[in-house]
Design a protein around this ligand. Structure first.
Ligand code: NG1
Ligand code: ZN
Length: 535
């Protein structure tokens, strides 16, 4: 034990000290890549300890997703493919920020005496995105795990949802068989699920479904994995993907392209400016391919977005429709769509009209997860393109038992299996949506028209201390400063269908301001008045 700790301390001292406190935010540890080497080394130790005291495995993804190329981050994944347990987020912060690492390690040892953390072997599955700093951080991370007597399996360049998928698979099959797990299991699995679904509807002819997809890959890792899917689908496939922004040069990552750029800036990504794209079905991944935005250029060259909310409204409605065609009631199989305060009022109204159960939760997937799990089928999404639908497959199979001769039952089972049930996944979600659009014979224009959103936009404001801004649970209102909330309450009544709120970001040192109204001008006016109040 003592020798091991000595070696850990010696290795730790090789990584430069960054004088600040790191916190495990909604997206893990995230900051400038250059500041994360020591954090990575220690996160390697922490993930290995977490593995040792659970069922032997954790995963870690090195990525900063849609954030600028000089940033990086570390996200730890549990053996069941879910996000790191909240208790362990706290433990991670203690270890990463520790000023006396030896003492902290002795404390962990005490707390988990039964697990013998210095002797037991843990495994850590590691993945990384295409950033310049990712390799160095992955090296430091694996070094940390090694110094505490653990093994790592390096999957190299994979997407974030892919790393979740591989970790979940490892958690299921157990340590003795980890070497069977290959990065391509992921692409093979989702391609097969998509093909299984298409096989059910192969005789249905289509007139409106567009089988060509123009895909902006944010110059990130998503292109590599989606190209594998495309190859597996083959040239005679129903779906043909045209790849754009598929350069892996780190300098180009998320640069004027990608889901975040398209959604937040409401602009066409680079290489999609041309009017020859008019009417075509387009989509954007973010830098680590866990977010998806669909879009097209209308006849007036305007950008029309299909955000995460609309994607999951379609998915939930599709599932609901199959259930009701089968005569399966809400009591037999419950269904929910969990969204955030950022949902457009028109989406909420539409869900209400259609009778889809809808709940709100605070921003961040980890807040949606516990609600989703209360239902037999639970979807959650954020407008920025995160989202997944999770089904309790055992329960579903019981309920469908007497129905499997019916096409609706076969479709329901098959379509849910295209979903990455661990975490939102741009690749799984585009396949899932293609399957549904194909079945419903829907064009991208039909999809956009299922309901018409109010104009809305997210704004940022830099303030001295964002922790002074406190919100209620679902983040739709401020409790502090109360004068600001009173002002917002008053301002929204001055525009038609006004909706607005202010909350501190969980991932950046800024305030976020959301504004929505019936017209673009009113929406902007509302936002400007609120921004004035914040100044
Ligand atoms: P914050 O910075 O807390 O608003 C942002 C996104 C979330 C989520 C997390 C990262 C918006 C408004 N917020 O959170 O949806 O993607 O980053 O997981 O886009
Ligand atoms: Zn991402």
């Amino acid at each position: 034990k003592d020798t091991m700790i000595k070696r850990i301390l010696a290795a730790d001292s090789n990584y430069p000290v960054i004088d600040r406190t790191f916190s495990y935010g909604t997206a893990g540890f995230r900051t400038l890549g250059a500041h994360l080497e020591k954090v990575s080394f220690r996160a390697g130790i922490l993930s290995a300890i977490r593995a040792k005291v659970s069922n032997g495995l954790t995963g870690v993804m090195v990525t900063a997703s849609h954030n600028p190329k000089q940033d990086n981050g570390l996200k730890i994944v549990e053996a069941d493919g879910s996000m790191l347990h909240p208790d362990w987020e706290k433990k991670a912060e203690i270890l990463i920020n520790s000023k006396n690492l030896a003492q902290t390690l002795y404390d962990f040892d005490q707390e988990f005496t039964a697990h013998n953390i210095f002797e037991h072997r843990g495994y850590v599955f590691v993945g990384q995105d295409t950033r310049e700093s990712s390799q160095r951080l992955s090296d430091a991370l694996r070094n940390g795990a090694f110094f505490i007597g653990s093994k790592t399996i390096n999957y190299g360049l994979v997407t974030t949802p892919q790393l979740h998928f591989l970790t979940e698979k490892g958690g299921k099959i157990g340590q003795a068989r980890y070497d069977e797990i290959k990065a391509n299991d992921y692409t093979e699995f989702f391609t097969a699920q998509f093909q299984n679904f298409l096989a059910l509807i192969k005789d249905q002819s289509t007139t409106k479904y567009q089988n060509e997809l123009y895909l902006d890959c944010a110059n990130g890792i998503g292109s590599v994995q989606m190209k594998k899917v495309s190859e597996l689908l083959g040239t005679d496939s129903d779906l043909k993907v045209h790849f754009f922004n598929d350069d892996l040069i780190p300098d180009k990552l998320n640069e004027e392209c990608g889901a975040e750029f398209v959604h937040k800036d409401q602009k066409f990504p680079t290489h999609f400016e041309d009017s020859s794209f008019r009417g075509k079905k387009c989509a954007s991944f973010d830098g680590d391919a866990d977010r998806l935005i669909l879009f097209y250029r209308d006849e007036n060259d305007k950008l029309v977005l299909i955000d995460g909310d609309k994607q999951f409204v379609l998915i939930s409605m599709y599932v609901k429709d199959l259930l009701s065609k089968l005569g399966i009631t809400e009591d037999q199989m419950s269904l929910v769509l969990v969204q955030t305060a950022y949902v457009n009022s028109r989406a909420t109204r539409y869900l209400k009209e259609k009778g889809v159960r809808n709940e709100l939760c605070p921003t961040g997937v980890k807040n949606a997860h516990p609600i989703v799990l209360k239902y037999d089928i639970g979807a959650n999404d954020e407008p920025n393109g995160h989202g997944t639908i999770v089904a309790k497959m055992d329960k579903l199979d019981q309920v469908l038992a007497g129905h499997m001769d019916k096409i609706e039952a076969q479709k329901l089972r098959a379509v849910l299996l295209i979903s990455n049930m661990c975490v939102g996944d741009a690749i799984a979600n585009i396949l899932l949506l293609e399957a549904i659009m194909r079945d419903l014979d829907m064009s991208i224009q039909d999809f956009a028209l299922i309901y018409e959103e109010n104009p809305s936009r997210n704004y940022k404001a830099v303030v001295k201390d964002r922790t002074k801004f406190k919100v209620i649970w679902d983040e739709t209102k401020l409790t502090q400063p109360i004068e600001l909330q009173e002002k917002i309450d008053q301002l929204i009544t001055t525009v038609e269908e006004g909706k607005a709120f202010v909350r501190p970001s969980g991932t950046e040192d800024i305030l976020r301001i959301y504004s929505e109204a019936r017209t673009h001008e009113q929406m902007e006016l509302l936002a400007q008045q609120i921004l004035e109040e914040i100044k």
